[in-house]
Design a protein around this ligand. Structure first.
Ligand code: ADP
Ligand code: ZN
Length: 526
């Protein structure tokens, strides 16, 4: 009997997949997860964004008797999901703070009559006494198909997505023990995983952990010297390919899009400040046109369904490693080779530090991101280890193709640290480098810094090299930005051993092919 039942579930699932969802085959672990939930098991699902998590609870909600209750923290996305499901002929509805009471009441009636497949609900509403009483009623008449807890990492307090109400979701297990629960997230670090399992009472749940490996993606992180030049060099051999160029601000998005267009690229801007019509057109064009480059803020991402995106370029630092993985993951969905390229400099780091000055968790994320940028290891290995996954060197990233070499930078470091110390830890890299290079600028004269013993002691390195040195010292933890000092650098505890001559420092050499390549590297700004 059991085998028969399983057989039925499998065939029914496959039929629903084809006829209702319009997909020809299950992806990755979808089939196993759906089987497990449909037969009443609990599950913890870790799958990268775009991997197809929604199907894992949508399909069992239809297969099983009753309504599947989906907890989702993002009200904006809920409506999209429900619209999409309704179009596919699936009976779906939502309840959140924006939904009038009468409408919510009708929705509940549908559930009681067994005429609702899926109900999306915000965590606040779900844990309200009022709604729990409704759930009690549904449970007694066997009308709850499952509980899906989407974006389950919202339960972790240290993450930037923390939602206190998620902590109360453990009640679902106690109140409705026979209803299967599925928690889903794309945040896969082991710490988060443990927290989800403990907080939601899912320690017995079966774990489905998908690999985050995207072996066709080649990653490169390069030093910002002359960003536009470098971008052109990157784009030139890729003419005719579709790609995305991410920038941090709307203003920069527009500037870069205009400039790319003016030098002959089919480029258009995309950011949240543009009208919905313009954004819609941009999305449609991106879906269809070959060789189109969209220059965008992170607002561009949702709803992109193009499989042959051949490159993703970052002209600014992404928010954190997870955003970076998501943004770069939009390249090469068709499985063919695709390139992810990022260009960053000291100035970018400062921008982020100033923006995050009041958020310790954002600072931790920045340091993780910078460690990735400066790593001598394979990029895939570094990225996947952030998600708690081991990988073999990819052979196609910058570090695999040209393993970084190091030089003994002890003397340079001592000079850099001592100029920071002697100027009172009040100045930014620009001024500090002026002093090292012996430039008698008005500011140098104003503070009498031409009289310092460190004045002019760093002429053996160019300005761009000094910027590289300061950046690497920052990532290595010898120096840090003073958050109140608008770019002022100060020494850390760690700097002391180098200043006293008790430690040597080696830093990464600039890749050979980049040395002296960008003519305006003496420019004072990044
Ligand atoms: P996630 O929630 O993991 O980010 P989604 O559930 O939104 O991912 O799915 C991402 C995309 O993949 C959607 O466009 C969805 O229609 C598509 N998709 C999901 N499962 C399949 C499948 N088995 N075959 C083809 N496309 C799929
Ligand atoms: Zn590699």
């Amino acid at each position: 009997v059991v085998t028969n039942q399983l057989h039925t579930i499998n065939t029914d699932a496959k039929t629903l997949l084809n006829t209702v969802f319009g997909h020809s085959a299950f992806r990755g672990q979808q089939a196993e997860i759906i089987k497990h939930i449909s037969t009443g098991g609990d599950a913890l699902v870790l799958m990268p964004t775009g991997g197809g998590k929604s199907l894992c609870y949508q399909l069992p909600s239809i297969l099983r008797q009753g309504t599947g209750i989906v907890v989702s923290p993002l009200i904006a996305l809920m409506q999209d999901q429900v619209d999409k499901l309704t179009q596919q002929g699936i009976k779906a509805a939502l309840i959140n703070a924006n939904i009038p009471n009468e409408v919510a009441r009708e929705t509940v009636q549908l559930a009681f009559r067994g005429e609702l497949d899926l109900l999306y609900i915000s965590p606040e509403r779900l844990v309200s006494d009022f709604f729990l009483a409704i759930l009690d009623g549904l449970y007694q008449s066997n009308k709850i198909a499952l509980f899906a807890i989407d974006e389950a990492h919202c339960i972790t307090q240290w993450g930037h997505d923390f939602r206190p109400e998620y902590r109360q979701l453990s009640t679902l297990h106690d109140r409705y023990p026979s209803v299967p629960r599925i928690a889903l997230t794309a945040t896969a670090d082991p710490k988060t995983q443990t927290e989800i399992r403990e907080q939601l009472g899912l320690s017995q749940a079966k774990r489905f952990i998908s690999s985050f490996l995207r072996p066709n993606l080649a990653y490169t992180v390069t030093d910002k010297q002359s960003a536009k030049h470098q971008l052109l060099d990157f784009l030139q051999p890729r003419a005719g390919q579709a790609g995305i160029v991410y920038c941090a601000t709307r203003k920069k998005v527009e500037q870069i899009a205009d400039w790319l267009f003016s030098v002959g690229y089919n480029a258009l801007p995309y950011h949240a400040g543009l009208s919905p019509e313009i954004r819609q057109t941009a999305l449609q064009r991106f879906q269809q046109e070959s060789g189109l480059i969209v220059v965008a803020t992170i607002a561009f991402g949702m709803g992109i369904d193009r499989a042959d995106v051949r490159f993703v370029a970052h002209l600014d630092l992404p928010r954190n490693l997870e955003s970076y993985y998501q943004e770069t993951g939009r390249a090469g969905r068709d499985g063919y080779a695709a390139e992810n390229w990022m260009c960053y400099g000291l100035h970018d780091v400062l921008t982020v530090v100033l923006r995050n000055s009041h958020s310790p968790s954002a600072h931790v994320e920045l340091m993780e991101l910078l460690a990735y940028c400066e790593t001598p290891k394979c990029r895939q290995v570094a990225l996947l280890s952030h998600f708690g996954e081991a990988a073999a060197p990819c052979g196609i990233c910058d570090n695999c193709l040209e393993p970084p070499t190091y030089w003994d930078a002890t003397v340079a470091t001592q000079k850099a640290l001592s100029v920071i110390y002697r100027t009172g830890m009040m100045f930014g890299s620009q001024h500090l480098i002026d002093v090292l290079l012996g430039k008698s600028t008005p500011k140098v004269r104003e503070y009498g810094h031409e009289k310092l013993p460190t004045f002019g002691v760093g002429k053996e390195h160019k300005r761009s090299e000094w910027r590289r040195i300061f950046r690497q010292l920052l990532v290595a933890g010898y120096i840090e930005f003073n958050p109140e000092g608008f770019g002022a650098l100060r020494l850390t505890e760690h700097a002391r051993t180098v200043l006293s001559g008790n430690a040597s420092v080696s830093l990464k050499q600039l890749p050979l092919q980049n040395i002296g390549k960008y003519s305006n590297e003496e420019k004072r700004d990044d």
